[in-house]
Ligand binder design. Structure first.
Ligand code: FAD
Length: 453
């Protein structure tokens, strides 16, 4: 404990804002998105520069403390806050600079998508980002990054061209295809296992006219809606990206069966592309319209921090009719009252054309990411919600591509599931790289990759 005080005092003297358990703001600063998680770090240090991050890592290492990294704070597993850890909180590093001439955006490691999209869209530019504006670019990009522009631009990680990061020994380095290329390969999918990314450099692309929003159907037509979305996505141009949800309205508490549409192109082309969504079934709500990318990104309102979450799903290579029917049945079996949702992300186009060896992210070619998102308030539902999400994810196994999406995985995933997320060959290479850059596994609050022995 004495060492902790020494570290905290040292860091404060270096101008870093630090909260320890005796500080009144400690509880606010250790809060994570998921109310199911209640972890007590040794200290939370809010960093404003790479030098601050290096100072925290050096002092954590010298004090024998592991390090957890808080980007946007939205890890459902709560990985950003570790019990006993020194938390590197990047909320002081959210600036975004756009180099429109070279089509690059350089963003601080703690930026959210709202900050990133606002800055890039001022120049009519964008790269694929998360579909909730308040999630962090950090965790989301390093785990892959499913988003509305993926059909043409790939996942968020596919636009990453370089990073500045601080390693476990406190060194500030760059990684790209040309500098520390092995590390750059590893972080693109390997998450926060290898160091703290203080600056992300993305290739950005012109993104102008969009047509999209939400179209909803009677819940009684949920199975037909899911088949329709699946079949439309399968044959669609890259410009059309679809997600489907079976959920509960946060406003009315009514059940909802809806498709979220993002089409990159003109109104007339968009209307033609989505015509089957209007002509095959009778919608109860049709809010599809021309919109800006930032309006598209605001389609789903952020969730407040503190709700309880347990998410579980699988990448699928097939989503046959029997599985659609199972999903609808399971939706009706979710514990209520709750906001628990089934999410169907259709993955076609650019993400599946990136050669798998390019980076650690695996499972190119999995055409669906299907997940139960248990979301509830009452602790009395904890067991029921967790059982429901697990049962649903288990029932997806016949269509499974063999793994789950690391960014949706829980804290209780066995290491074998983490290995499966990368496949044996990539996982073994990741362990070698981990051994080189973080042999003592100080970055262990993540879907952890143990250093090779
Ligand atoms: C409401 C909601 C919506 C979501 N929507 C999407 C979506 O549309 N698409 C999608 O793909 N995923 C989505 N996700 C999942 C999301 O990708 C993960 O939750 C991700 O971890 C969020 O990143 P963060 O920076 O906010 O997380 P944090 O909790 O801050 O960080 C999680 C972990 O990521 C690592 N990390 C974060 N920042 C850095 C950094 N700068 N350097 C090194 N490591 C870092 C660390 O290991 C950290 O523990 C969503 C999650 C939520 C809760």
């Amino acid at each position: 404990m004495a060492r902790t005080f020494l570290s905290a005092d040292f860091l404060r003297r270096a101008g870093i804002s630090v909260a320890t358990p005796s500080d009144p703001e400690y509880d606010t600063r250790r809060a994570t998105f998921n109310g199911l998680i209640d972890r007590r770090p040794t200290l939370v240090a809010t960093c404003s520069s790479s030098a601050d991050v290096a100072a925290v890592i050096n002092h954590a290492r010298e004090s024998g403390l592991p390090v957890s990294v808080r980007g946007g704070g939205h890890s459902v597993a709560g990985h950003c806050i570790g019990d006993g850890a020194a938390v590197v909180d990047l909320s002081g590093m959210r600036q975004v600079r756009v180099d429109a001439t070279n089509r690059l955006a350089i963003a601080g490691g703690g930026a959210t998508w709202l900050e990133y999209d606002t800055a890039t869209q001022k120049f009519g530019l964008a790269s694929t980002g998360g579909t909730f504006t308040d999630t962090g670019i950090g965790g989301l990009t390093l785990g892959g990054g499913i988003g509305y522009l993926q059909g043409t631009l790939g996942f968020a990680v596919d636009s990453l061209v370089a990073v500045e990061m601080v390693t476990a020994d406190g060194e500030i380095i760059r990684a790209s295809d040309r500098e520390n290329a092995d590390l750059f390969w590893a972080i693109r999918g390997g998450g926060g296992n290898f160091g703290v990314v203080t600056s992300f450099e993305y290739r950005v692309h012109p993104v102008g006219e969009l047509y999209g929003g939400v179209i909803a159907y009677p819940v009684a037509d949920a199975a037909k809606m899911l088949r329709l979305a699946r079949d439309l996505a399968a044959g669609a141009a890259d410009e059309l990206v679809l997600q489907a949800v079976l959920s509960t309205s946060r406003e009315t508490r009514d059940e909802v069966a809806a498709i979220i549409v993002c089409f990159q192109g003109s109104v007339s082309a968009g209307e033609r592309a989505i015509a089957p969504l209007r002509n095959t079934l009778q919608p109860v709500l049709d809010a599809l319209r021309p919109l800006t990318y930032n309006e598209m990104q605001a389609t789903s309102a952020p969730f407040p921090f503190g709700l309880r979450h347990y998410w579980k799903g699988q990448f699928l290579s097939e989503f046959p009719d029997e599985m659609v029917d199972m999903a609808v049945e399971e939706f009706h079996r979710r514990p209520v009252p709750s906001l628990s949702t089934l999410l169907f992300e259709f993955i076609e186009g650019a993400p599946n054309r990136v050669p798998a060896p390019t980076m650690a992210f695996n499972h190119r070619g999995a055409r669906f990411n299907v997940s139960a998102l248990g979301i509830w308030e009452d602790p009395a539902q904890d067991t029921g919600q967790i059982e429901w999400a697990r049962r649903f994810a288990g029932a997806l196994t016949p269509g499974s591509a063999g793994a789950s999406y690391v960014n949706y995985m829980n804290a209780d995933e066995p290491s074998e599931r983490v290995r499966l997320a990368y496949g044996d060959q990539k996982f073994d290479r990741l362990r070698q790289i981990k051994k080189r850059y973080d042999p003592d596994n100080i970055f262990r609050f993540n879907q952890n990759i143990l250093p090779a022995v």
